[in-house]
Design a protein around this ligand. Structure first.
Ligand code: EPU
Length: 307
């Protein structure tokens, strides 16, 4: 029998009773772009911040571990899956664009949708992120970006839910109460982002669309499309590009099982739908080891690993 079986049953009953969708033994491969890995005990899908807070409160009372899942575009789940509760933001998906360039969006809003809507509303700021396949919550929490764009500087305020107290606090934080670093934020694992307000600037729709098209074209030209991946696997080492380093060592095409270093961009691992999580994990280790042996650079994961 699994650990926490009675607590999981209580959690599911209470939350289902409150109208929150709960899925037992859900395969996480269904909810990640990489499409590998095992199941979680319980996947719950709140629709707004109060429900999210309720999920954490109950999980804490029952001593069940929690993790938050957005679009699963930067996530590698291992073969064993994860125990406890996965708080999936997919149904927290409302957004609103204000008159003065302010965009308010829930954590589960698909980032490309938000980019397109803001561009169509004549707002500049997000267009460089058009190809980032995450949820708003994931993009803000990990300060996602491209080579010359990060979301952090545009975030004005956030609504967060505490994940680790018996009485979770649901609070608004203004700019200055949180920080962003390269692919990191100060929210850490103690806070789960429920929504964010982003400040953008008005400009000509045609001009912003032109820039967005340029970013899309660059991405299509330099990154794998139409295959399973989790985006960039490693963070860029300071002043360099992990993709360039891996490419220089001629590792494009290197494979373990069905997982392969993309021939389009060396910082991506791709597969045809048949790789296992351990193929991908072994290939990651192999790349890190080869890069370290030749350059003494330790590549850090950008992709999150759940095990
Ligand atoms: N390069 C190579 N070979 C490769 C890949 C890249 O020589 O296989 C060279 C490129 O020619 C270029 C330099 O490395 O001179 C940088 O490459 P690129 O412009 O593709 O940018 P990147 O630093 O590799 C970053 C983000 C990507 C984002 C792109 C495009 C990180 C870790 N990666 O990649 O984000 O899409 O810029 O804007 O910050 C992700 O976060 O998952 C991700 C893919």
């Amino acid at each position: 029998m699994r650990d926490h079986e009675p607590e999981l049953a209580t959690m599911k009953n209470e939350l289902s009773g409150a109208g929150i969708v709960c899925l037992r033994d859900e395969p996480l491969s269904r909810h990640t772009t990489l499409g590998v890995g095992g199941r979680c005990d319980l996947l719950v899908q709140p629709v707004e911040a109060e429900q999210m807070a309720r999920v954490y409160r109950l999980a804490n009372e029952l001593s069940l571990p929690t993790r938050v899942l957005g679009a699963g575009s930067n996530l590698l789940v291992d073969e064993q899956g994860v125990r406890g509760v996965v708080v999936h933001t997919a149904r927290m998906n409302h957004f609103k664009i204000g008159d003065s360039g302010q965009v308010h969006a829930d954590a589960g809003v698909h980032f490309p949708t938000l980019v397109k809507a803001s561009v169509n509303a004549g707002l500049r700021g997000l267009e460089a992120g058009v190809g980032i396949p995450g949820s708003l919550g994931g993009v803000v929490t990990m300060n996602a970006g491209t080579y010359d764009f990060s979301i952090g500087p545009m975030v004005d305020s956030v609504r967060v839910v505490s994940t680790d107290r018996l009485t979770p606090v649901d609070r608004e934080l203004e700019r200055g109460r949180f920080e962003f670093r390269y692919r990191e934020s100060s929210f850490g694992s103690e806070w789960s982002l429920a929504s964010a307000e982003i400040q953008l600037e008005a400009d000509e729709v045609a001009a912003i669309k032109q820039d967005m098209a340029r970013h899309t074209a660059y991405r299509k030209q330099t990154q794998p499309v139409g295959v399973r991946s989790a985006g960039c696997i490693f963070k860029n080492p300071e002043g360099d590009s992990a993709g360039r380093l891996i490419d220089e060592l001629s590792l494009k095409g290197l494979s373990v099982g069905s997982a392969k270093v993309s021939t389009a961009h060396a910082n991506f691992i791709v597969h045809d739908g048949t790789a296992s999580a351990s193929d991908v994990l072994r290939l990651i280790d192999e790349i890190r080891e080869r890069v370290f042996r030749r350059t003494e650079i330790v590549l850090e994961h950008e992709v999150m690993v759940w095990n």
